[in-house]
Design a protein around this ligand. Structure first.
Ligand code: SAM
Length: 286
């Protein structure tokens, strides 16, 4: 899988790539990240990437020409033509798995659709993801219209540039690439993860330190020592009864989701037992 980031601050990403999973995934050749300096696609002495907004108003806008040139340098045609070509390849190859190996061009924007774990699960099917980092007041809208497949926002707040947002998208999607997290963990078992039924493995009889979160938040985690600062790790986690551990963790997920993100419960897949437990928590609190 390949990520291409277009930015006026390529140096921003240096530290980000040097640590943890992001560094390892690249070193092992599981993903490839390239950062492209937008100023390399300018032709004036000052390497100008921005200009004043038409219609007046605050700030500056990233000019369309350098961005379009950056797109062309990545072999990216305008969206309409790209879609046509892709369909032609699909038809001649008669292989619908190719659909999952395509390119997605993303404009990072506070006006975008929310970036969620579900979006990340969709993006990881792509062969290449191109991320355009805006600055100032944003990017000339014609670049969005011509080249971008989607606008993504990482939250309801305004950053000063798309670089942080791009780093978040790369980090989140990358850890879903098969092999990146290794065997010890899987994105399926974390907060916002899929349901057990969607996990392609037989969990029965396996010590279930994890299970599909089915759209809920993760449960709390503990490690040694069993006693710390007068607080004991929950006994249920120490007794080795995996059925009990599993139930306890599910209840903790429900409790935490109810407290911190009740909106997620509406969409989560809940069993009768889950619903009864939620009722119990609500009664406890009244
Ligand atoms: N004028 C824009 C608005 O009000 O929506 C804000 C522009 S912001 C100062 C500059 C750049 O930061 C944007 O073009 C975008 O690339 C990035 N950005 C800001 N907030 C973001 C968010 N919540 N998610 C993703 N990117 C964001």
């Amino acid at each position: 899988m390949r990520f291409e980031i277009i930015t006026i601050f390529p140096g921003f990403f240096a530290g980000f790539f040097e640590h943890g999973i992001v560094r390892r995934a690249q070193a092992e050749g599981l993903v490839n990240v390239s950062v492209h300096d937008l100023r390399a696609f300018t032709h004036d002495r000052h390497r100008t990437v921005d200009d004043r907004p038409f219609g007046g108003g605050e700030g500056m806008v990233l000019k369309p020409e350098p961005l379009a040139e950056a797109m062309e340098s990545l072999g990216l045609e305008v969206r309409g033509r790209r879609e046509q070509n892709h369909k032609r390849v699909l038809r001649s190859a008669q292989d619908d798995t190719l659909e999952h190996r395509a390119t997605r061009v993303i404009l990072l924007s506070a006006q975008g659709t929310p970036f969620t774990q579900a979006v990340a699960r969709d993006l990881v099917k792509m062969q290449r993801i191109v991320l355009i980092c805006g600055r100032y007041e944003g990017v000339d809208e014609r670049i969005n219209e011509l080249y971008c497949d989607m606008e993504l926002s990482i939250g309801d707040y305004v950053l000063s540039g798309g670089e942080l947002a791009a780093a978040i998208v790369v980090d989140t999607v990358m850890r879903l690439v098969p092999g990146v997290l290794g065997n010890e963990a899987s994105g399926e078992f974390e907060s916002f993860g899929v349901t057990d039924a969607e996990i392609d493995s037989d969990e029965e009889g396996v010590p279930r330190s994890q299970h599909g979160s089915g759209g809920l938040l993760d449960y709390p985690h503990y490690t040694r020592p069993a006693e710390f600062a007068g607080l004991r790790a929950p006994d249920v986690l120490l007794n080795g009864d995996h059925q009990q551990i599993r139930r306890w963790r599910r209840e903790q997920q429900l409790r935490k989701t109810l407290r911190n993100r009740p909106d997620l419960l509406e969409k989560a897949i809940l069993s009768e037992q889950d619903r009864r437990f939620i009722e119990e928590i609500r009664e406890e609190e009244n």
